[in-house]
Design a protein around this ligand. Structure first.
Ligand SMILES: C[S@@+](CC[C@H](N)C(=O)[O-])C[C@H]1O[C@@H](n2cnc3c(N)ncnc32)[C@H](O)[C@@H]1O
Length: 349
């Protein structure tokens, strides 16, 4: 997928899905309720599961959905095929839109601060591609899957030329060589087969479950708030023009602040989340570097069902910058596997 994402489980997704096993006769779905890039959902889909995705960020839901789209679901009949549509996006002459005004050196004129997230040329390409996707969408040229796929391809291309150390929490003072390369949207290899897929964008507490579903929870475990760290991707995905502020041009994000990112609230929120989840089996990823200690989490989860803890081992976690990488030891990932009483009773019968 190419997107460097804090807390991505790309490297342990296969182990997580091995723990879950194949879907049974029950027709339950695998619910990736904090989907991020959707790496775990993609592994579950490959194992035959139907999928429900959720994230509070639109940019994450778009990226995770695109990873599951099969070629038969994105024929781009009205635009002459996928490759032709992407070539047409790349052929658009640049325009000065919101991204250029707020996130390239041109921001000096409107905001009084030079936000060096993108070169002017690349910001104009992003604005042009986003406007073209909107026009196609408004004129009915795209199916929903095709629209999502192009947005995800644009997010990936945007991310490649961002002048950052990996997140949008700040921009770099000097231009990196990748930021100076012309932005180009690329086609991707689409999934081999279509999966049964539902997608929601919203708070994890609003996701519905049935007993036969497996819920997978991968909450934030540090104070880093994704809505602030990935604010520009969110704006490209939404295609809106919010009132932004500060040196980094942050869009309003406080309404998306995650409870799991506050040390004082994380354990209570995890307890409530697993307690009210209607799925018979709940898998929770957590790290030994998170706000909550393993023993405390295990004690709280035991009140909701039978708990088995799998250690997924030290994973080479993506760190947002070199200093962070140098100063932290490797992360141990735990997978808490909770069998709720109703599901345990069924398994025993
Ligand atoms: C650790 S990341 C998930 C990484 C993902 N498993 C992957 O492999 O890319 C946590 C995700 O939870 C989302 N999130 C945080 N709080 C949330 C909430 N209350 N409801 C829904 N999503 C939330 C964040 O936007 C972020 O994408």
């Amino acid at each position: 997928m190419g997107l460097r994402y804090i807390g991505s489980k790309a490297r342990v997704a296969a182990s997580i899905v091995d723990t879950v096993g194949a879907p049974g006769e029950s027709r339950g779905v695998f619910v990736d309720a904090f989907c991020g890039t959707g790496s775990v959902a993609a592994a579950a889909a490959a194992a035959g599961w139907g999928i429900r995705l959720n994230d509070s960020l639109r940019s994450a839901a778009v990226t995770a959905t695109a990873a599951l789209i099969a070629s038969e679901q994105a024929p781009f009949d009205r635009l002459g095929g996928y490759a032709t549509a992407v070539a047409a996006l790349n052929a658009q002459p640049g325009i000065t839109g919101f991204i250029t005004r707020e996130y390239s050196p041109m921001s000096q004129e409107v905001a009084g601060v030079e936000r060096r997230y993108f070169t002017v040329e690349n910001a104009r390409r992003i604005d042009a591609a986003r406007a073209q996707i909107r026009t196609w969408h408004d004129e009915g040229e795209l199916t929903e899957f095709e629209h999502t796929l192009l947005l995800a391809d644009l997010l990936a291309a945007t991310n490649k030329v961002a002048n950052t150390a990996g997140t949008y929490g700040c921009f770099l003072r000097h231009w990196t060589s990748t930021a100076e390369r012309p932005m180009r949207v690329s086609t991707r290899k689409l999934a081999a087969r279509a999966v049964d897929l539902q997608v929601t964008i919203g708070d994890v507490f609003d996701v519905p479950y049935r007993t036969q579903d497996v819920a997978y929870f991968d909450p934030p475990y540090t104070k880093r708030q994704y809505a602030a760290y990935y604010h520009i991707l969110e704006t490209v995905a939404a295609g809106d023009e919010p009132q932004v502020s500060g040196v980094t041009g942050l869009r309003p994000w406080k309404h998306l602040a995650s409870e799991f990112s506050y040390r004082s609230r994380a354990l209570e929120a995890l307890d409530r989340l697993v307690g009210q989840c209607g799925a018979g089996r709940v898998l929770l990823s957590y790290s030994n570097q998170g706000h909550v200690a393993r023993e405390d989490l295990e004690a709280v989860l035991a009140a909701h069902g039978q708990v088995v803890v799998h250690q997924l081992g030290a994973i080479g976690r993506y760190r947002p910058n070199r200093a962070a990488a140098a100063h932290s030891s490797d992360v141990d990932e735990f997978l808490f596997d909770v069998l709720k009483p109703a599901a345990a009773a069924q398994a025993a019968a």
